[in-house]
Design a protein around this ligand. Sequence first.
Ligand code: NAD
Length: 475
Amino acid sequence: MSTTKTYDAIVIGGGPGGYVAAIRCGQLKLKTLVIEKESWGGVCLNWGCIPSKALIAAANFVERSKHAGTMGVTVSGVAVDSAKMQEWKNGIVKKLTTGVQGLVKGNGSELLKGNARFVDANTLEVETAEGVQTVKATKGIIIATGSRPVEIPGFQYDGKQIISAKEAVSLNPLPKRLLVIGGGIIGMELGGVYSKLGVDTTVVEFLPKVLATMDDDLVNVVTKAMGKSGCKFITGAKAQGYEKNADGSLKVTLDVGGTIQKVDTDVVLVAVGMRPNHEGNGFEKIGLAQDKRGHVVINDRFETNVPGVYAIGDVAGGPYLAHKASKEGEIAAEVIAGMKSARDWRAIPAATFTHPEIASVGLFEHEAKAKGIEYKVGKFPFSASGRAMAVMETDGFVKVIGEKTGPHHNDYKVIGVHIVGPEAADLISEGALAMEMDAFVEDIGLTIHPHPTLGETVMEAAKAAIGEAVHMLNR
Ligand code: NAD
């Protein structure tokens, strides 16, 4: 008969929410177990954030090599070895997934591979390779089960020709043609990768534009650049289904504003969103409140309606971002340890790793307008940045949005920073810090930025918002 092991805290799910929660629990001297049914590191480390970024870097390398002649560098014989690329990418995944297990253990927490199910609010049954184990938590259980790709009618995943992002980061050999359904973040990132690697790629988007939630001026820079590298877009189009051609390829039917269009392809990547993993863990057994999409309902301390049960990350609602999940994991651990922590951040930055990248924090301009906010925008183009010229990455701009707070020309509080351009994802942290500190646009402008750097562009955009840009005429 198996014995029940008792812990202070148990975390279900070993992704960027769950493993971070387990590390923080360990730091806080809670006796902790983290349970993972598939792969340590979850979507992020195994087939999401990290693997896709490796492929994006490789694809950008290929693309840049085509333009190296402008810099006086002759590059010839550039070829893509997809097997080698996979090997390299898998090596990074291995290093990181091994690393996080080491970090969890190093902080004193335990790991268990298996599928966990609630028996009651503080007891779980875990189906492991060695049989079922029962574990109990005396202080709290954190649900961090994440999310998975949505499936759409007419395109049932087969893992080979109809794939999700999970398989899309492991394509080897590369198909000749790829049709991406969904011009959201995944569709644009991976569509960009494969078009640069020489795959004939088409992105199909249901709405009138790709990356529909973002301001048009940001998105236009990216679609133009992706178009140049060979990616095609069909917007306002609903993918209805497909049939197999005699040669094994696929004929996909699109409804483009009422007109039927057929597109031949070898592989279809469906990237139309993610849905929470809320089934199979016995949530109903403990009466856990969930919204109509299945997200576990939580308060600002990540407590659910069931005392002692917490939820973080994608399963607790959007935005579906690894860094949000990690932050929530830290806070849930602190709450279980008896600290006063609660969610109190002003804004969550987000980055889309297209080329150029788009990164944002706070309100988009169209959102500020819709809210009736009195605001000013400062924009500074990378084409006016010496550093951007020197690294041959002049597409894009920084846009700083300030809300009017008083009568003076500099009474504008930062409510949004948006960057489309080189290293946007890294540069956005300054915007996040500004928002976290309730900064004024002038504060960014007053901060001395090292020269020559891409960061100066953020400073100049902030100055432009109050008519004080130096390396551009203020209009
Ligand atoms: P998404 O919600 O970003 O985009 C899905 C797109 O598919 C939408 O534009 C939608 O209009 C379109 N669509 C839906 N049904 C369609 C149909 N039948 N035909 C054509 N188009 C259709 O979803 P995603 O790109 O799958 O990403 C999933 C989640 O993962 C997002 O929430 C995102 O935040 C997250 N993610 C983040 C990053 C990052 O931070 N860099 C990277 C990848 C994914």
